[in-house]
Write a protein that binds this ligand. Structure first.
Ligand code: PLP
Length: 439
């Protein structure tokens, strides 16, 4: 039973004194972890991770879904090492930039040009900027039901914690609901000829209903609006190359990141040449300063990307993980039903990225119960934060282990429901929403 987090807690305290938020994404912050849980991870191998107190976990976080082959996956590390010893950054571009661009375009239909960056936020923001330049319009519409697109103003301006974003800038972003085509139609009706782009993920944990994506695409085409699909999490995970291909839809622009480089830092903006080439230096139109970053083409990260995409393809990762996910879902649902908890714990999503949701005695979504599950998972060696992002390293053994641990977690859950609350079972506070105004 894992109960000691001394080194984690010390580092966590120190980090918060010298690093705002104590981490470099709010999703890794201490407020996202149960008190009885690791706050710092020292190393990983395959689908296992070790915290700074030496505790070993079956990792269901996988670098916020960025690691889809497993930690330290050898063919990717070998490709990185080969590139590292040649140097990582030069005065001129490196040939690997053209190699990756060509390879990516050969794998992703509709990618007629491609541009690299280090962060997902950079490429989604670039997609919005490019759309504004291409259309000469100012409004950007994004899906309010999807978790995150960028830490930049066009997205954060609409969130509760929008301090630092001028209201005038926030007003240039519009929101709509997933699977609610009326909410998209209303935007086009209210802002005729003024919407530069519509951006959303092809899907998160809900599949598109009633041709939702195709209807958006038609509305965009009819209104001269750029249609952007963000494949950051779904790319090379829910389908090959992405969820858009699985769902039979093509966008004008797509954005990619997590899942393309097995945890190394490479993100991509891809799409129609007619739009992308505005960022080029050979046309006669007004110039768009698209993505321009010193580190955007760091050579070993590009090598990691080529090796990762090849491994995803060669291992038929999506099909393999779909089978794994189906098995896990079935096992979990059987256990949940057997415990009589079907009204409190539900599972949804694509088999390669399942989401578990937790409700309280009143059947309302509950961060308290969710945190109780995280806490109990840690005790028995699972690093679980609500979803199951399968990697190539997760196999039958890990599914059995997960089911065994959930057998124990469900007992505690049931006791808490019977007792009328999670409070006497959870040590510390529930996790908090990342998008909140006050700490
Ligand atoms: C769908 C989606 N888009 C964009 C981003 C932003 O990526 P990054 O954190 O690399 O800036 C994220 C990150 O969570 C994401 O999940």
């Amino acid at each position: 039973m894992i109960t000691k987090f001394e080194n984690s807690d010390k580092l966590c305290e120190r980090a918060q004194e010298i690093i705002p938020g104590g981490a470099h994404t709010y999703s890794k912050g201490a407020d996202q972890s149960p008190k009885l849980g690791p706050k710092f991870i020292a190393r990983g191998k395959g689908c296992y991770a070790w915290d700074v107190d030496g505790n070993k976990y079956l990792d269901w976080g996988m670098g916020l879904t960025a690691v889809n082959l497993g930690h330290c996956y050898k063919p990717v590390l070998d490709a990185v090492k080969r590139e590292l010893v040649k140097g990582s950054n030069f005065q001129c571009p490196s040939p690997i930039e053209v190699e990756l661009a060509e390879y990516f375009m050969s794998q992703v239909p509709g990618a007629e040009m491609v541009k690299f960056a280090k962060n997902g936020s950079t490429v989604t923001t670039a997609a919005v900027k490019l759309s504004r330049a291409y259309t000469g319009r100012k409004y950007a519409a994004f899906c309010a039901d999807h978790g995150f697109f960028s830490y930049d103003d066009w997205f954060m301006g609409k969130k509760a914690n929008n301090s630092g974003v001028p209201g005038e800038v926030a007003d240039l972003s519009l929101t709509f609901r997933y699977n609610d085509i009326k909410s998209v139609e209303e935007l086009f009706a209210k802002y005729p000829g003024q919407i530069a782009c519509v951006i959303l993920e092809p899907m998160e944990f809900d599949y598109p209903q009633d041709n939702f994506l195709h209807k958006i695409k038609d509305l965009c085409a009819k209104n001269g609006t750029v249609f952007i699909l963000d494949e950051m999490i779904t790319g090379f995970r829910l389908g090959y190359p992405g969820a858009h291909s699985m769902l039979g839809i093509q966008a004008d622009l797509t954005t990619w990141g997590k899942g393309v480089a097995n945890g190394f830092s490479c993100c991509l903006l891809a799409g129609k040449k007619e739009i992308m080439e505005l960022g080029g230096i050979n046309h006669k139109k007004e110039r768009v300063f698209l993505i321009s970053t010193t580190h955007g083409a760091e050579t070993h990260a590009l090598a990691a990307t080529i090796a990762t995409i090849k491994a995803v393809k060669e291992n038929n990762l999506v099909e393999r993980n779909m089978k794994m996910g189906e098995t896990l879902r079935k096992g979990l649902e059987e256990a949940i039903n057997a415990k009589g908890l079907a009204e409190y714990i539900t599972i949804k999503g694509h088999p390669c990225w399942l989401l578990m949701q937790f409700r309280n005695e009143k059947k309302e979504f509950s961060d308290g119960y969710k945190t109780l599950v995280f806490q109990e998972a840690v005790k028995h060696g699972l690093l679980f934060r609500g979803a199951f992002p399968f990697s190539l390293a997760h196999g039958e053994k890990e599914i059995s282990k997960t089911l065994k641990v959930f057998g124990k977690i469900l007992k505690v859950y049931k006791k808490a429901i019977k007792a009328g609350g999670y409070e006497s079972f959870l040590v510390g506070e529930p996790v908090k929403p990342v998008f909140r105004k006050w700490n």
